[in-house]
Design a protein around this ligand. Structure first.
Ligand code: DC
Length: 236
């Protein structure tokens, strides 16, 4: 069956990572979380004691950094040989990642790696600029959005699962600040690609989000392969 590349972009807490991960599993595709790559660089910056505002130092460090994503059921993030899957989700990393990812050279280095990984097809990639910059030619693009209060509620729940309790107004404030930084930076800001399908997940369950995306995938595959493609997808 023909394999395609699916780009899923959107702001933090919109449900894009959860959707992307499950869609990849259902299709037997590789899942690439590009936010995890920017988080890994940020973790290295912080643990090396470099000021995230020092662009030259951050760029030099990024050039000397090796990041791999290993998708063996659960996606593991490997930074210079060490597993940092959990460490990259810390509040400290979250607070600094928008600044680190705003540097054009950091982005160029990450985008080159993302293109390398995604060129094999059969891949679901999520981020902020996948449909606009990394893979503008992706066969299927989604731009996932959700109401700010719902996004904050999801983020609060995720933090709580990791033992961090924050009041909802603080979570809303942090999300708005990250949205502002991610969508106003000069280098590939967060925006919907003209040909992306906008999906509002505010009132959808995770299973519904996944089904919607899979239906679009099925339409594309069936469109190019006829009923054989459809039968194969239904067997999955
Ligand atoms: O998806 P996330 O929240 O883990 O992403 C962390 C940050 O990384 C996000 O605030 C902006 C940045 N990012 C980016 O600039 N481009 C991407 N393709 C993915 C993430």
């Amino acid at each position: 069956m023909r394999k395609i590349l699916i780009a899923i972009d959107g702001p933090a807490g919109s449900g894009k990572s959860t959707t992307a991960k499950l869609v990849a599993r259902r299709l037997g595709y590789v899942y690439i979380d590009t936010g995890a790559m920017y988080r890994a660089v940020t973790l290295k910056v912080l643990s090396c004691g470099i000021d995230a505002a020092d662009e030259t130092a951050v760029v030099e460090l990024t050039k000397a950094t090796k990041i791999s994503l290993v998708d063996g059921g659960e996606l593991r993030v490997i930074l210079d040989g060490a597993d940092v899957t959990d460490a990259i989700r810390s509040e400290d990393v979250t607070r600094n990642v928008s600044l680190v990812s705003s540097y054009a050279t950091v982005r160029e280095l990450m985008v080159a790696r993302q293109r390398e990984i995604g060129s094999a097809k059969g891949c679901v990639m999520d981020g902020r600029d996948i449909g606009t910059v990394v893979f503008p030619e992706a066969e299927l693009k989604f731009y996932i959005v959700a109401d700010i209060m719902e996004r904050a509620r999801r983020r609060q729940e995720e933090l709580s699962d990791n033992g961090v309790e924050l009041p909802i107004h603080q979570v809303v404030k942090d999300l708005k600040e990250r949205d502002r930084k991610d969508s106003t930076r000069s280098s590939s800001p967060l925006r919907k690609a003209d040909d992306a399908i906008e999906l509002d997940t505010t009132k959808l369950t995770i299973e519904e989000q996944v089904e919607i995306v899979l239906n679009y995938v099925q339409d594309i595959i069936v469109g190019s392969e006829g009923s054989v493609g459809k039968e194969e997808m239904q067997r999955k």
